[in-house]
Ligand binder design. Structure first.
Ligand SMILES: [Zn+2]
Length: 164
């Protein structure tokens, strides 16, 4: 996996081939969106919403669409179910008042973090977006595609996750 970093206001140029299968996209694109969160931004706000249109053939457009929604259904569904279980288990031990509310919130956040982490461990999406301080990081499952995006946009594609 390789990642490319671009400025938020940069109009990204993509190679004219499908991001997922390298086939001819025939002018088609897949919409890739994410709230582009980093770990800590869950605590403060839900990140910055980013949408990109990336060349993709009809078949892969559908696959990418499912990957997009799958992530949110699994993570948010997991957060509700797992968060509810945690709160229920902890309920008899919780103090009353505002502290109880704070702890419940923290437990739901833990559930969200665990589900997000599990998702990234299990699923490798075609494209992954993450907002950094002043740049958008786009991770591509296809290394060659990432390298070409780097060349076309005068940005360096780097191995991702970054090697120590
Ligand atoms: Zn394709």
């Amino acid at each position: 996996m390789f990642a490319v970093r671009v400025r938020f206001d940069h109009l990204i140029v993509f190679p004219d081939r499908c991001v997922r299968c390298d086939g001819d996209p025939l002018g088609g694109t897949a919409e890739v969106w994410d709230d582009a969160t980093t770990w800590w931004s869950y605590l403060v706000f839900f990140g910055r919403f980013v949408t990109l249109r990336i060349p993709a053939c009809t078949h892969c457009q559908r696959r990418i669409f499912r990957e997009q929604w799958g992530k949110w259904i699994v993570i948010l569904g997991g957060m509700i179910v797992f968060g509810f279980l945690l709160v229920r288990l902890a309920w008899p031990l919780l103090p009353t008042g505002i502290l109880r509310l704070v702890i419940c919130f923290a437990l739901v956040y833990v559930a969200l973090a665990v589900c997000t982490f599990a998702w990234y461990m299990i699923v490798s999406r075609t494209v992954e977006l993450t907002a950094e301080k002043d740049a958008l990081r786009i991770e591509f499952r296809d290394d060659d595609y990432a390298l070409d995006v780097g060349i076309l946009n005068d940005a360096k594609a780097i191995p991702w996750p970054a090697e120590e």
